[in-house]
Design a protein around this ligand. Sequence first.
Ligand SMILES: Cc1cc2nc3c(=O)[nH]c(=O)nc-3n(C[C@H](O)[C@H](O)[C@H](O)COP(=O)(O)O)c2cc1C
Length: 328
Amino acid sequence: MRIGDVDVRGLARLAPMAGATNAPFRLVARECGSGLTTTEEMDAASILHETPHAVSATAYYPAERPVAMQLLGKDAEALAAAAARCEALGADVVDLNMGCPVPKITGKGKGAALMRDVPAAARILRAMRAAARIPLTIKIRGGWDDAHLNAVEVAEMAEAEGVDAITVHPRTRAQQFTGKAPWTIIAEVVDAVRIPVTGNGDVHTMADARRMMAETGCRSVMIGRGALGRPWVFDEGYDALPPISRRAYRARVIARHVDLIQEHCSEKYALIQLKKHLSWYTEGLGHARECRVALFQARSADEVWEIFQRYWARAEREHAPVLEPATA
Ligand SMILES: Cc1cc2nc3c(=O)[nH]c(=O)nc-3n(C[C@H](O)[C@H](O)[C@H](O)COP(=O)(O)O)c2cc1C
């Protein structure tokens, strides 16, 4: 799939997730096969004021490219200036967040609240379109709530304003992340516009991704929670590997991710990131709950890594007979 002149690559790509999809995790996902990745949401004002958080969130590895930067805001002028700033920072695509359901964001008229006032959203997109030459995309929800399911109306408006692609997470703002994502809304948006549509919501495997594409006609798929602790989900060949190779693959990816976190993040942030991501990596490992408790009590990056490796080695020992080749 292409977004403007950007080749998205890959069937599925990592969804933006605040606090998780920073440069190390995005690069690991990319190396596992994710297409175009997206930074976590960043307020337009933070970008323009170059706050430490915005500087860290917009940092990316050259090997990640193409990379999309996602903006949050409601002021057309600020969002337009921030879009131009993203372009200057090297973003390949700029994305407007129209789906964040968090009350402290929607309460300020940002995120999913933009879907409530379509003419105002059109003015914002027009200003952003005029300010940046790179492709412009939006990420929307099904609507504000069940009484206001206007994803199709918003998508049609966005296409008319020159938006290059749309991602649809079809839950409403009221649903937050609960219940099942109604994929039929993705199909309705696909039918309504000619620009490429990416589907998102409840995809945990490549088989789910293919099913979403077949059922909705979307051109690519974004995976969010299904990629936390499982970036290998983006590797189409992963499921066909024998268990012993899958385990070695996972070990390699986790070690790489740990190295990247330590290289990229400040000492304090690295500790938080290691605890978070290594906890997600314990999913499916023996004694996961016990391991997570120990991880969160650790005081240094070395200690966190040492604890994880100890539990990993223990799981390896306990599962060893299962992992022996059949001929052994
Ligand atoms: C912890 C967390 C943080 C998120 N942060 C963002 C964000 O910064 N920008 C955004 O557009 N969506 C964000 N989302 C929504 C995801 O991108 C995605 O739309 C949602 O999780 C549904 O996809 P999934 O079922 O594959 O997880 C976030 C979701 C989670 C769970």
